[in-house]
Design a protein around this ligand. Sequence first.
Ligand code: UFG
Length: 332
Amino acid sequence: MAILVLGGAGYIGSHTVYALIQAGRDVVVADNLLTGFRAAVHPGARFYQADIRDRKAMDALFEKENIEGVIHFAASSQVGESMSDPLKYYDNNLCGTTVLLQSMVAHGVDKIVFSSTAATYGEPERVPILETDQTRPTNCYGETKLAMERMMYWTSRAHGLRYVALRYFNACGAHPSGVIGEAHNPETHLIPLILQVPNGQRDKISIFGDDYPTRDGTCVRDYIHVTDLAQAHILAFDYLLAGGENNVFNLGNGVGFTVREVIDAARAVTGHPIPAETCPRRTGDPAQLVASSEKARTVLGWTPQYADLNTILTSAWNWHKNHPKGYEDGTK
Ligand code: UFG
């Protein structure tokens, strides 16, 4: 039987597909290619260009393929855009997941691993953050992801479906092969933006605020390598296959780095001075987001392999310097 990866042409989805295929799994990918890239899909996966909001397309997929469960990445994921266009997020993330779950229930597909986010917590009460800490999203993106978690909970109660929600902290890095990596348009994430400087695509990096209550005044984040995230999805899927109950797991290294520390590490890895300038704070940025991932380690047996910041930046730089335009060659 096959695993259906929705959003398998996106950043974390494509890395998970590579990991699944490397693990010898049969993989079907569906992606509407609005933000994903066909070139990011492993050639060993069967690909369908389909939108999760399209019930007919979802039904056709479940009828054609023998699907044992779903890994669901298909969502809009830009915090800033979610604030200026919230209805896009309700439509793609919530309406999309509604249609997907309806189709899964109709076809008796009862296992789903789902990409959630640290943005479900909002401004944390404390760090490291536990899964049981309060969830009060401060942006519409986090709000829709939390609502997707709740949708799965109620669907589980009514229809017996089981789910695992994985709350990622700051996904980063690229596949060790250098074949796939991070590519967003527009790019808003710190590490790819920093690496645009040594790549000659920007003059300097902006530091959004240096007056936070942190060790050097800049925001602290928990950077987790995309390959480690990919492994967690396989472990979570196998946990459901083994009969595991509904669950929510944080995925991070449990170590926070400041924006300045990330820039310094990038200077060391690239050998470029990477000029930086301090700018005003970006609205909605919590001072610190650091995960407690003890639960994922204990219950899933997850052990991140790429925790070191230099290793993360080396893999990201290997991708960006060889693919300065990501997958773009004028087409998607
Ligand atoms: N930052 C800068 N300059 C930049 C870009 C970012 O200083 O040019 C700072 C941000 O202010 C933040 C840190 O770098 O303090 C990391 O910013 P990112 O945009 O890379 O990541 P975020 O922490 O904002 O967001 C990430 C994910 C979101 C998720 C969120 C959870 O990208 O999808 O974590 O809080 F919602």
